[in-house]
Design a protein around this ligand. Sequence first.
Ligand SMILES: *[C@@H]1O[C@H](CO)[C@@H](O)[C@H](O)[C@H]1NC(C)=O
Ligand SMILES: *[C@@H]1O[C@H](CO)[C@@H](O)[C@H](O)[C@H]1NC(C)=O
Length: 337
Amino acid sequence: MQAQVITLAFFVVIITFTSCYGSSSRSAELKEIWAREYNDTLAGKCTKRVPANPNNDGSPSDSATVLIEVCCKGYKPYEYDTKKCIPDCPYGCENGFCVSPNVCNCFDDHIRSHDDQCVPTCPISCLNGVCDSNGMCTCHPRHILDPFRKFCLPICHGSCGLNRYCSSPGRCSCIRGFKENLETGECDPICPLNCLNGRCISPGICACNPGYRLQDDVCQANCTSCENGKCVINEVCSCDPGYTWDLKRNKCIPVCTRCLNGFCIAPGVCKCHEGYERIGESCQPICDGGCTNGYCVAPNTCNCKGGYGRNIFGKCKRLRCHIADDTKSICGIKHLG
Ligand SMILES: *[C@@H]1O[C@H](CO)[C@@H](O)[C@H](O)[C@H]1NC(C)=O
Ligand SMILES: *[C@@H]1O[C@H](CO)[C@@H](O)[C@H](O)[C@H]1NC(C)=O
């Protein structure tokens, strides 16, 4: 099922591109780029050491650890194959390929526009204008051609000021990585968690208040241990997404939605208990040799269906009872075929 969805999604993308260009060589070229860019399963993969045998609350029951694969910083799981990690372009990369973290390369026949998007150029189309019969851009009113004559820029009167650009005629907006401060009207840089205990001095860069130190890109206080979380104030840990605070263990533990008969070793990563295997979204018991005429309810334990009983080998066999055998145990044991 999953494979079908993946294939379908892949082809929808290809078909969309193909219909834009009406060229099958373009589709082949795109397929090749996809394969090349996203087929390197090692790219963007990092490992993380986690307890191998956690208790049900996620705390380790012994000191054994295992290495699990996670996507490195700047990478994210590939939506069509979550075992792969692909570079993350957090601001999006429409009409382009995200070739490395935060680096979006525009497709051929596309160009980077004034608002940092990949947009098609003539003869396909012209941003804020139309392509004329000579394949040149003719601008809408209140727009002018960009210096390379590939798209049309809106006109703002005067300069837009620090960290702003002219986004539409007569209107200035904050550039990427900045947001409008409603109090001052200025464009302020954006930082993760607003730096926590510091000041955001440029996009993603925090200057910490005295006594706080930069850790995982934000300014944190002192916590004895705050693994998988951020130390918001001294000895107070706020767990990262996918983790929850465990009162007994005083630490952030991963959350799995379905992990019955298993250990949750990382957010959404459930490791099945011994004797269980992952089938679909749950850990199901394994009965060696199957459970003919019954149901596998625990490792190597079959519960027989109606009219069947377990023989000494643990197999479900049809019960042959006589009316005279009035207790179930006699019926079940003595007369198995
Ligand atoms: C992905 O890489 C493997 C091994 O390098 C290769 O056999 C396979 O054909 C590649 N897949 C695509 C879609 O190119
Ligand atoms: C954290 O500990 C350091 C060194 O012990 C100290 O200088 C600093 O003030 C502490 N930070 C906070 C927020 O208390």
